[in-house]
Design a protein around this ligand. Structure first.
Ligand code: C5P
Length: 229
């Protein structure tokens, strides 16, 4: 019964540190990790590769239903799509933009729903995304929603990309982030919003260690038997 396998959800817009926190938390607990944004990004890479437009809904959904995806165990590690290494394309800003467009297609969200739930394996799962606590794992044992100012999120993403050797313009990045957030928050299906029972953490002035500590305190309190920390 997968329903008894513990799940922690971490949602929020990009650049709030949720991917890093989800990875650290999964490492700390020895649990599995679901980077659900990567699934939408992989669909975007596949759609771009086939020159599909966002109104080619059936083709995009058929592709997503059939795609074979292999993640390496590490966050931002290798990603194989139908046997081909695509991690570089997955992390590009243009892929994030297209991912946010395809993510607004209700039929695609439906296709990806069970695939995401299949990550719920023993001994537990940390799930990172936009609708983990609201739609995909509504019965999660602990839910978090991370926020940060748009400026801070753009700065973080800027540093990340510069460190990877990608040249970017901070102002353009800020605009992209704002427009993606607006689309994610205002779409009809599974909009970006905190679950009613999520703990909201503003990470603007916090270090990764401070956020992780706040998350662990809450997890210990809410799931003592599952985490045995
Ligand atoms: O988290 P990441 O930036 O990789 O997500 C890329 C895009 O995928 C987001 O902007 C969002 O539109 C979409 N997404 C989503 N639901 C999720 C995860 C990501 O709609 N659970």
């Amino acid at each position: 019964m997968t329903a008894s396998i513990p799940v922690i959800t971490i949602d929020g817009p990009s650049g709030t540190g949720k991917g890093t926190i989800a990875q650290l938390l999964a490492d700390t607990l020895g649990w599995h990790l679901l980077d659900s944004g990567a699934l939408y990004r992989i669909v975007a890479v596949g759609a771009a590769d086939k020159s599909l437009k966002t109104n080619n809904i059936k083709e995009i959904c058929d592709f997503a239903a059939a795609m074979k995806v292999v993640f390496s165990t590490r966050f931002e590690g290798s990603i194989l799509l139908n046997g081909e290494e695509i991690s570089f394309q997955v992390r590009l800003e243009e892929t994030a933009e297209l991912a946010s467009q395809v993510a607004a297609i209700p039929q695609l969200r439906e296709v990806l729903l069970q695939r995401q739930r299949d990550f719920r394996l023993e001994p537990g799962l940390v799930a990172d995304g936009r609708d983990m606590g609201t739609v995909v794992f509504p019965n999660a044992g602990a839910k978090f929603f991370l926020t940060a100012s748009a400026e801070e999120r753009a700065q973080r993403r800027y540093k990340q990309l510069i460190n990877k050797g990608v040249s970017v313009n901070l102002r353009a990045l800020l605009q992209d982030i704002n427009s993606r957030d607006e689309r994610d928050a205002n779409r009809k299906v599974s909009p970006l919003r905190p679950a009613d029972d999520a703990v909201v953490i503003d990470t603007t002035t916090l270090t990764i260690e401070e956020v992780l500590e706040a998350v662990l305190i809450e997890v210990r309190a809410k799931m003592p038997e599952a985490t045995a920390l």
